[in-house]
Design a protein around this ligand. Structure first.
Ligand code: OFO
Length: 183
């Protein structure tokens, strides 16, 4: 008896996204290595923690596909591209990767909608929210870097920022969690 509750197309899309999340984990891992090598140990710590988060996302796609009777396929992970040239470049690249990942998630949401696969649609909503958080976090870092002087920031400001980034929460605050007393 066939108990698979996913279309072939959805199974393939979920599998691909599982591998995308692993690629993102590698990006954060490699940028963390770059940051540590540059002396930014706080930023490195933040990026390595995030690398782990991306791996958790990969596990979520793996488990969901299995729970719905599918079988995800692990593919080779491509190498992260060029190293960042500066902290600003590092967070600009991260922002672009996150936006790309959001686009990838939206495509699967579209497919779930087309197929009226409401279970997958519901599963994917967690990722829609997660991507808002991740884009917001990357924007926050870029804003702080800009205030510190961007590419012309002085070493002392960068060291201060490095300390701050190392201690920052992993989650950004979302608009939906605010109110007039806690704007
Ligand atoms: Fe998996 O959230 Fe970032 O990319």
């Amino acid at each position: 008896m066939n108990t698979k509750r996913l279309s072939e197309k959805m199974e393939a899309a979920l599998s691909e996204q599982m591998n995308n999340e692993m690629f993102n984990s590698q990006i954060y891992l490699s940028y963390g290595i770059w940051a540590d090598d540059q002396g930014y140990s706080g930023v490195a710590n933040l990026l390595w923690r995030h690398s782990q988060e991306e791996r958790d996302h990969m596990i979520k796609f793996m488990n969901y596909t299995l729970n719905r009777g599918g079988k995800p396929q692990v593919s080779a992970i491509r190498q992260p591209g060029e190293e960042p040239k500066s902290l600003k470049d590092c967070f600009e690249k991260i922002f672009k990767y996150e936006v790309q990942n959001t686009e990838n998630i939206y495509k699967i949401v579209d497919l779930a909608f087309e197929e009226k696969d409401w279970a997958s649609w519901n599963f994917l909503q967690w990722f829609v929210k997660e991507q808002i958080e991740e884009e917001t976090l990357a924007m926050d870092f870029l804003d702080k870097l800009e205030i510190a002087g961007g590419d012309r920031a002085k070493d002392e400001s960068l060291l201060e920022l490095d300390k701050m980034f190392g201690q920052m929460a992993d989650e950004a605050e979302l608009a939906r969690d605010t109110d007039s007393e806690n704007p």
